[in-house]
Design a protein around this ligand. Structure first.
Ligand SMILES: [Zn+2]
Length: 238
């Protein structure tokens, strides 16, 4: 793979740029330690601005999710430790870095919910509430909806470019859905029957079913660390 992509369109903002960078479709830091050593990590051309925006968003989201994962689960090996280190000033490289880690920790804790204040109807599917602990002893970390949306868009755009060499351009747009397993039997069956699987295991498994009519309209199930699921659709804007 060339050091930098040829001039062209950024996969995210779709604008033409002379200078492009490689952006990891599944964030580089999100690959668990259990990933096969020489596995090719999906990369797509991105402008510097989008790459930077995604870098910050993914770091923040990784820390929040890491606080909710099981440190013993091999599907996310190392992610919990990485997330906790990122908000621990004793790992700081210098004073400024230490302040940034502390500020991030305070920001996340400020937005957290404790015990009875946890909005149970808003708990992300597959992430608690833990039955073996009293609710009073539990803490819920907030996950920005915008970040989940952006991540879904990135993965959908990345898979389309890598697999089909296509950008998702207007009038097509990407929507995302947070669904509980109980309500997804039909979608899961449809994906199993008509879909293809694109995986970088154990970190990420993506299932995609594309409509024959236009080869763009599609449905996705994105599964990260065998735990964090996002459903997404590409459809023509009505
Ligand atoms: Zn861009």
């Amino acid at each position: 793979m060339a050091k930098t992509p040829n001039p062209g369109k950024c996969v995210h903002c779709l604008k033409f740029h002379k200078e492009l960078t490689w952006d990891h479709v599944f964030p580089k830091a999100w690959y668990p330690y259990t990933t096969r050593q020489n596995l090719y990590k999906w990369q797509v051309p991105s402008c510097k601005r989008c790459n930077k925006m995604y870098g910050e968003l993914e770091e923040d989201l990784m820390i929040r999710l890491a606080m909710c994962l099981d440190p013993l689960d091999p599907s996310c090996a190392g992610i919990v430790e990485k997330g906790l280190r990122a908000v621990n000033p004793s790992y700081a490289k210098n004073e400024k870095d230490g302040r940034a880690r502390l500020a991030k920790r305070n920001e996340i804790l400020k937005g957290a919910f404790e015990g009875n204040a946890i909005p149970l109807q808003a708990v992300y599917p597959n992430f608690g509430v833990h039955q073996q602990l009293p609710l009073q002893a539990q803490t819920a970390i907030s996950i920005p909806a915008k970040a989940v949306q952006r991540l879904a868009e990135k993965i959908v755009r990345g898979i389309f470019l890598i697999e089909d060499g296509k950008l998702i351009e207007p009038p097509y747009e990407i929507s995302y859905y947070v669904l509980h397993d109980a309500g997804t039997a039909e979608i899961v069956q449809m994906l199993a029957q008509y879909g293809s699987i694109h995986a970088r295991e154990p970190g990420i498994v993506v299932q995609r079913a594309v409509a024959h009519e236009d080869a763009i309209s599609s449905f996705f199930l994105i599964e990260i660390w065998n735990r964090f699921k996002i459903y997404a659709a590409v459809q023509e804007d009505m």
